[in-house]
Design a protein around this ligand. Sequence first.
Ligand SMILES: NC(=O)c1ccc[n+]([C@@H]2O[C@H](COP(=O)([O-])OP(=O)(O)OC[C@H]3O[C@@H](n4cnc5c(N)ncnc54)[C@H](OP(=O)(O)O)[C@@H]3O)[C@@H](O)[C@H]2O)c1
Length: 322
Amino acid sequence: MGVLRCALLGTGGIANEFLAPALALTAGVRLWSVLSRSKSNAEAFASRHGALSPTPAYDDLDALLSDPSLDAVIVATPDRLHAAQCIAAARAGKHVFCEKPLATSADEARAIVAACEEARVTLGVAYHLRHHAGHRALVGEVRKGAIGRVRHARVQWTFAAPDATNWRASADVGRWWALASVGTHGLDLLRWVMVEAAGEVVEMKSLSSSPKFGVARDESTILTMKFADGSTAELFASVLFRAPRRVELFGDGGYAEATGTLGPWGKGEIRINDTLLEYTPTNPYVGELEDFAAAVRERRSPAVDGREALRNVELLERALPL
Ligand SMILES: NC(=O)c1ccc[n+]([C@@H]2O[C@H](COP(=O)([O-])OP(=O)(O)OC[C@H]3O[C@@H](n4cnc5c(N)ncnc54)[C@H](OP(=O)(O)O)[C@@H]3O)[C@@H](O)[C@H]2O)c1
């Protein structure tokens, strides 16, 4: 296969500011076509980002998927739309790269995984922080024993939403708010760092609250969990506070902390046992797209495959059932 021709489904924040620009910077992938609810919006987006198809703009998913030149779709729509769009793409024989969280229920996530496996297409999920160069260096050092065996980990990621107009705060196309916007990323980081040595999450407790906007969705969620070997972790996710974003790892033989690395930028400061970890910042969205394209080419799993993303959704669901 030559260049992977990708369609973007959705033209919102992540598609416009990060994914389309990253597609232009990533070897082996190109923006081919675009789906929007509005044809004129799709046309404007396709032209702004230089989509290569002779017919790049669609307002109908089946029409977009019927293009035989299209190789893959990147699903960048609200969370509740992911399942139907991913399954339709898989059934049309297109590889799927889906934004996080993979779905709004474990049943939907399982159906996506099954559809992709049945169609033998690659399914990748967009946890871009696994491609943060500093995180990769940190996890490499931790795996080599820089802080001994990790016995506890903590992630704190909050931001201050101006109001509750975001779709995540409503039931139509969202399900969780703090948990789906930033919490699912924190969970992914905790799983990435912990599961390999500590085993699966065997126990979890959660507390959610919506004290400010009066919506039925979580404005703040606190999770505590225990892994199979007895190690523990904490996650605090909230849409209420502009505050430092942190990852902390507590090991038998030391301590590591990442400050300001959680976000889209690929930057921030990382210390292991108080010593600054040197790394060269890179664009994590380019990293995730490079990995996905290589996974398709090499017929291997991407950094976060459907089954790993399903585990994440299962935990979100357990944390905050309907
Ligand atoms: N990895 C990351 O760093 C990151 C960051 C932000 C978001 N995300 C994920 O990316 C996905 C999209 O989030 P976003 O922040 O880009 O959202 P957004 O800015 O609201 O954009 C979503 C887009 O989906 C399309 N859409 C289709 N049906 C819709 C509906 N009923 N309501 C609203 N939009 C609809 C819209 O495009 P049209 O108007 O063209 O149809 C809209 O612009 C989510 O799954 C989110 O979790 C990931």
